[in-house]
Design a protein around this ligand. Structure first.
Ligand code: SF4
Length: 235
C-alpha cells in the first residue's frame, strides 16, 4: 500500500526544524561524553524515529527486542529498514529459551501471564543495555496511552540513564505526514488492517470503523486492561 493512500491531508509541518532540534540534543549528549543507544519495536510507526536517527547519527546502536513472537512481516520490515537507512541494528533476546517460558500448566506465558512474558522478553534484556549506557532514545508518543501522555521529553530511567523521547509530542497524523514526505516504506500489515503492531499473540487488527490514526495503540492486548509492556513503566 502506498503511504499516499492512507494519509490525511493537513497543513505542512516543519519536520526539518524538528530534526535539527533533535540533532542538537544528540550533539549535546555526545559533547558531554554520554554513551547513547536507541530501541525500536519496528512496528509501523517506528520508521519515523529510525529515519531521524539515520539523519542524525547512523552509528547510534538500535536495539530490537526479538521476543520470538513477532509477525514475520515485522522481521521483514526490520530488515528492509536496516538496509534502506543503513542503521546499526542489534537483536536482543531473553536469556530464557522460549520453550521454557511456560506456566505451571505448560501453557506459554503470553496466554495468561502477559506481564511476566513482557518482563522476560522485553524489560530484562533491555535493562542489561541500560547498565552500559547513559542515554536511551525511544519513539514513544503522548497519544499512545494515558501513561505516555504524562511523560516528559527527558526523564531519568533505571541506573541513572536519561530517557530521551524526541517525538513525544508528535501525533499519529504527523507520523504519517512525515512518512509521506520522506517517502518511507510502510509496514505491510497496515494494508491488512493493523495499525500498532506488537507480538503476534497480543496484537489484533485496528477497529475498521475508525480512521487508522484515531487510536494510536488500537489492537494491542485487545480486551485486556494492559496497555504497556513495562519498558516505559519499569525501566
Ligand atoms: S506482547 Fe505478548 S507475546 Fe510479546 S512479550 Fe508481551 S505478553 Fe509476550
Amino acid at each position: 500500500m502506498s503511504s499516499q493512500s492512507i494519509i490525511p491531508q493537513a497543513s505542512a509541518i516543519s519536520f526539518d526544524q524538528r530534526v535539527d532540534e533533535i540533532a542538537k540534543q544528540v550533539a549535546t549528549y555526545h559533547s558531554e561524553g554520554k554513551k547513547i543507544f536507541a530501541s525500536s519495536s519496528f512496528q509501523p510507526q517506528s520508521v519515523v524515529l529510525l529515519d531521524i536517527i539515520s539523519r542524525v547519527d547512523k552509528n547510534i546502536p538500535v536495539y530490537f527486542l526479538d521476543t520470538n513472537y513477532h509477525f514475520p512481516e515485522t522481521i521483514e520490515f526490520r530488515d528492509q529498514l536496516a538496509k534502506k537507512l543503513g542503521l546499526n541494528i542489534i537483536d536482543l533476546k531473553s536469556k530464557i529459551p522460549v520453550d521454557k517460558q511456560v506456566d505451571e500448566n505448560g501453557e506459554p506465558l503470553h496466554v495468561h501471564h502477559h506481564d511476566r512474558c513482557c518482563h522476560i522478553n522485553k524489560v530484562e534484556p533491555l535493562e542489561d543495555i541500560l547498565k552500559e549506557n547513559d542515554v536511551w532514545i525511544n519513539g514513544i508518543r503522548k497519544g499512545q496511552s494515558a501513561v505516555r501522555a504524562q511523560m516528559q521529553k527527558e526523564e531519568v530511567a533505571k541506573h541513572g540513564v536519561i530517557k530521551y523521547h524526541p517525538i513525544l509530542d508528535w501525533d499519529s497524523k504527523m507520523v504519517f505526514q512525515y512518512i509521506n514526505e520522506r517517502k518511507l516504506p510502510l509496514h505491510s500489515l497496515i494494508a491488512k488492517g493493523y495499525f500498532s503492531v506488537g507480538c503476534l499473540p497480543c496484537t489484533a487488527k485496528a477497529d475498521p470503523t475508525k480512521p487508522l490514526w484515531s487510536d494510536d495503540r488500537s489492537g494491542r492486548w485487545a480486551g485486556k486492561a494492559k496497555t504497556e509492556c513495562g519498558l516505559h513503566t519499569s525501566l
